[in-house]
Design a binder for this molecule. Structure first.
Ligand code: ASP
Length: 328
């Protein structure tokens, strides 16, 4: 006579199997393409880093990593998409310093900008450049400062919305010269660069990953780099400190995130793939052409990334509060 297991026994079995199945699934990860969300438009600096990284990580993971541009609202729309995605490793986020400024800039958000994420590892540190349309009537930062003080809101400053790196740099610039310009937000600095090259906006601050080629081609004018030292890819460009604005210093960092609750083995797998990608010859040489470099391997870990991120939130909080610029 067949033995019929009770409903309770079946449920207990299913639960036990489910528990065992979760780590097993994590061991096999990834079995399908991974989506890497970039919270800015295609063609910009975050997108450029993401595409190089996605290709190299995809090779290592044995699956395609597809870059998905979800721009708007200074990077918060894309970040929200990832914070609310299934925590299964198939949706990850490449974001920049905005992850450290958004928790202070936005007092109301539809997601938790800190606890909504697991960290995977840091990726790069990228200098910024202060750039202008090619016929901007100032050739040096000193002359540009005098012009901004004179013209103020008659000048247009392009950025990628509140929370973008270009926004942070703009806050520092306007505070340093003690004058506001008219801000023109875009879904990313890729489209903003098109407007700058067309001469329809005056100034922008953007990462070297989006400006070195245009500077070399003479399609835009560069006034300064925002790092303490000059940038090897732009050896003739003075630093903001050399040009008289020592308080305008910002270096952009990028990190990879997954939704909170993504299993630890999946995070480890992604972190290892990131570390391999950052040693990839093509990634290293393209980064160098674009004025940047991968972080040291020990920085491309979940723990180092979280520590760095927390410290950066604390670093920018008083600066943003002093500027009194909030998104709401
Ligand atoms: N990096 C840009 C910014 O934050 C946005 C982008 O990547 O398009 O200003």
């Amino acid at each position: 006579m067949p033995i019929r297991p009770s409903r309770r026994a079946l449920l207990a079995l299913a639960a036990a199997f489910g528990l065992a199945a979760a780590p097993a699934m994590a061991q096999q990860y990834p079995t399908r393409p991974v989506s890497m969300v970039v919270p800015f438009a295609a063609g910009g600096p975050t997108d450029t880093v993401a595409r190089l990284l996605a290709e190299a990580m995809g090779r290592e993971l044995g699956q395609t990593v597809v870059v998905e541009n979800v721009g708007g609202a200074g990077g918060t729309i894309g970040a929200q998409r990832v914070a609310q995605a299934r925590p299964d490793g198939y949706t990850i986020l490449l974001h920049h310093i905005g992850m450290a400024t958004i928790p202070t800039l936005y007092r109301r958000l539809g997601y938790d900008p800190v606890n909504g994420f697991e960290t995977i590892g840091l990726v790069t540190e990228v200098p910024m450049t202060l750039v202008a349309r090619k016929d901007f009537p100032a050739d040096t930062l000193q002359d540009a400062v005098a012009l901004i003080r004179r013209e103020g809101e008659k000048l247009n400053y392009a950025n990628a919305g509140i929370g973008a790196a270009s926004h942070l740099c703009g806050i520092l610039l306007m505070k340093a010269v003690d004058k506001a310009m008219t801000t023109v937000p875009f879904r990313g600095t890729g489209p903003a660069m098109q407007e700058l090259m067309a001469g329809r906006v005056d100034l922008m601050c953007d990462q070297t990953t989006n400006t070195t080629q245009q500077i070399a081609a003479g399609s835009i004018k560069v006034l300064a780099v925002t790092t303490p030292e000059r940038v090897p890819a732009l050896p003739n460009v003075p630093t903001t400190a050399e040009a008289g604005l020592p308080d305008l210093q910002v270096t952009i960092w990028h990190g990879l995130y997954a939704p909170r609750g993504t299993p630890a083995p999946v995070i480890e797998r992604l972190s290892r793939a990131l570390q391999v990608a950052l040693r990839d010859e093509k990634v290293v040489s393209r980064f160098a052409d674009l004025g940047t470099a991968p972080v040291a391997q020990e920085q491309a870990t979940p723990e180092a990334h979280r520590r760095f991120w927390q410290a950066d939130i604390a670093k920018w909080r008083p600066v943003i509060q002093a500027a009194g610029q909030y998104a709401d």
